[in-house]
Write a protein that binds this ligand. Structure first.
Ligand SMILES: C[S@@+](CC[C@H](N)C(=O)[O-])C[C@H]1O[C@@H](n2cnc3c(N)ncnc32)[C@H](O)[C@@H]1O
Length: 248
């Protein structure tokens, strides 16, 4: 099954495509206190929820990039429906290539839940630091190990031990680039359950509504496997946080 279609279907019930509760997204956005006209770029913007809320709260000028044609279409139609006069632009492109071509510096730069684009958390902070104005803000979202992952878990999930680090390491990784950590939003087990559970729920709803869709057997098989891996190991091994950094 096409991977972007898979991700689209399993995110049909989410507001944010990461384990942050929408209420925490609002809290985070209330903290950034941008001036009207501030410039924002969101790498791997998903459905553009972050950009839309920033435009609604602060009238920012924003740009988002995402590689999924489904999410790009969703982002554009959400902007059209919710804030058609906002200065928001969505680009369908691979994030690293897009970032390499990006001209200018931004007041806020983010990449939430997609650090593989730059080869991990530290490299993401390094890449985003090059894009942010002096004194500007960087928001990243990244999983972290709560405890050493079991070999069975790594094998079943396909995650590598070095894909992620500890919360301490994530939180302090910005020092290498002169960034100051100014806040963290650490998910609770309920937040993770919501993020994972909404995927099971969306897949089930899709299968019920589209029983003849040829992708349904693969969809349900993959979601069942990921559910088992999450319940057996992931829930107690991996957590998630949003990190807010201030550039020097
Ligand atoms: C976990 S979701 C996070 C989306 C959004 N940042 C949010 O928090 O709601 C990961 C996003 O990364 C996008 N993505 C994956 N690989 C990418 C790439 N190489 N370049 C740009 N976007 C990518 C996916 O399409 C998806 O929207």
């Amino acid at each position: 099954m096409d991977k972007w279609r898979f991700y689209d279907i399993i995110h049909q019930k989410h507001v944010c495509y990461n384990p942050m509760l929408p209420a925490n997204l609002d809290r985070l956005l209330s903290m950034v206190e941008l001036k009207p006209g501030s410039s924002v770029v969101d790498i791997a913007c998903g459905n553009a929820e972050l950009l839309i809320r920033l435009a609604e709260a602060y009238e920012v000028k924003g740009m988002g990039v995402d590689v999924s044609p489904y999410f790009v279409a969703k982002a554009r139609s959400a902007i059209e429906a919710r804030c058609p006069s906002a200065d928001l632009q969505i680009v369908e492109q691979e994030g690293k290539a897009f970032t390499a071509e990006l001209a200018g510096r931004f007041d806020l730069v983010s990449c939430i839940g997609a650090s593989w684009i730059f080869g991990g958390h530290s490299n993401t902070l390094k890449a985003l630091t090059k894009l942010v104005e002096p004194g500007g803000l960087i928001i990243v979202g990244e999983p972290f190990w709560i405890k050493e992952p079991a070999d069975d878990y790594l094998e079943a999930s396909g995650i590598k031990r070095n894909d992620f680090s500890t919360h301490y390491d994530n939180a302090t990784a910005g020092k290498a680039f002169g960034l100051t950590l100014v806040y963290t939003f650490v998910s609770t087990p309920n937040d993770w359950d919501m993020y994972e559970g909404l995927q099971w729920f969306a897949a089930d709803a899709f299968a019920v509504a589209n029983p003849d869709d040829p992708d349904v057997p693969k969809l349900l098989e993959r979601v069942a496997k990921e559910k088992e891996v999450y319940l057996k190991w992931g829930r107690d091994t991996l957590n998630w946080a949003i990190y807010l950094f201030r550039a020097p």
